[in-house]
Ligand binder design. Sequence first.
Ligand code: FAD
Length: 531
Amino acid sequence: MASTAIAVHQPQAVRRSDEVVIIGGGLAGLFCALKLAPKAVTVLAAAPIGRGASSAWAQAGIAAAVGPGDTIESHVTDTIVAGDGIVDQAIIRAMASEASDRIHDLLEYGVPFDRDLEGHLAVSREAAHSESRIVRVKGDMAGRAIMEALVASVRNTPSIRVLEGYVVEDLIVEDGKVTGVVARDKAGSGEELHRVTGSNVVMATGGIGHLYEVTTNPTEARGGGIGMAARAGARLADMEFVQFHPTAIDVGKDPAPLATEALRGHGATLHNSSGERFMLPLHPDAELAPRDVVARGIFAEVKAGRGAFLDCRTAVHDFAAEFPTVFGYCQEAGIDPAKEMIPVIPAAHYFMGGIWTDINGRSSLPGFWACGECTSTGAHGANRLASNSLLEAVVFSARIAETLKAEINADAPKNWQDGSVTTTEYITENDHPNMVALRQTMSAHLGVLRDGKGLREALATILHLARESHSVRFDNVITTAKLIAVCALNRTESRGGHFRTDYPEEQADWKRRTLVTLDQAHAIIPDLLEG
Ligand SMILES: Cc1cc2nc3c(=O)[nH]c(=O)nc-3n(C[C@H](O)[C@H](O)[C@H](O)COP(=O)(O)OP(=O)(O)OC[C@H]3O[C@@H](n4cnc5c(N)ncnc54)[C@H](O)[C@@H]3O)c2cc1C
């Protein structure tokens, strides 16, 4: 940790020991902050809140058993099936049971969820859900609408101060307890380091998509928070399980825009450049097969040079009205989806692994909590069921807030929010040579299809890049990549999002979650590299 650290914005009126420090301004971080009101909270976010977060890009919506005939039990069962044998049943039961209450919280914060003619919440269907249970906003606008409402609520909540453009680089650990963070302002380009300390720290830094060359995630989703937690000694879980979305739009954009699964739900079909509907022989449900199966089908076509294309021409009647977000992406790329097929490619989309937490969001380190995509609660097992991730973010961030509120005495003073800092700058470091090399390695060997030889090669490259690192931020990123490679090499079977061509079957003795610390991972690296 740098010795130049200085204190910032440390108001006198509240005891430092009462403040809660939240890292991340996506759905998980902001919902936790709102639920903690009127306790004093500082949110540090790498980008202005509502930007630089996957939450704002969610298209489909939130899964909740609130539709006619649907049940919590059915939601639990669908999630367990999708998770391929390693979902934590207590966790998913809590998550599905609390979904309805959290949707009502979001309504109170002003989220304009779609309603039917009788005023009930409108729900739509997504692949692998046995009922219509996705609560949405104007077709595919859920993420944007949710974040707009939450950002407005946060700005109106005096107990929350927001430091925007603050990239957290390290956790402060004193006597084994996490007591604060070290951050760099100006979207990470500032020269000074700032210490922000408090009673508890909540990690809510989102996913890892930008460790890969092709991803649907925003630039900030590079696993830095997970690596930081690992370096501080926290337990991680299920680090080998990355979900690849089958249908990112392949127009050379970074990040790649997403063509939502709902298009296939509407009847859109997949074809290669010869016009073959290649999913038909691969799975009885063809285009509606589980996400990992469709991703592998598309990947094989792309690898073979035939390409993959989504044909929505007859399935969607009024594209601009029914799927405005996807329509906008196509327009930007010069594609008219009413007349042309959309080129698609699998992209790193969601991370089932992350910081291990218990049912209340508590990590293995005292004073340290985590919520949202940077965690591995066990709710998703080896493969996330679509639209369960926004739900996980709100359920477990609310649980953290409830637990902490009972422990914290003082409320925030009246002038607390005056310490907020806003910036409009963004992180742009994807062009750094080490980041480029890392992303290429991850895509080549830790992607949709994996094998022992490629995984060993990837791990060796990652270890080399780690040795060459001269920045704490890259240390965090490379640590996460290393843990993904170690866990993928160690799991000698295929399950959910983790598919090994050298071990293509599931193995009964691998029907368990992976729990690991960085020290434990380091200890097995020599054996793994020997093979
Ligand atoms: C295109 C797309 C569509 C999706 N659609 C759906 C959907 O329909 N339904 C669903 O359930 N899920 C969907 N998902 C997944 C879902 O959006 C995410 O899992 C969820 O939003 C994660 O929320 P979060 O708060 O954990 O992370 P994010 O929303 O990504 O927020 C992370 C925050 O942490 C900040 N941050 C990161 N690193 C640092 C650092 N070092 N210091 C300070 N701040 C940092 C970021 O700037 C951001 O503010 C989708 C994802 C994508 C990419």
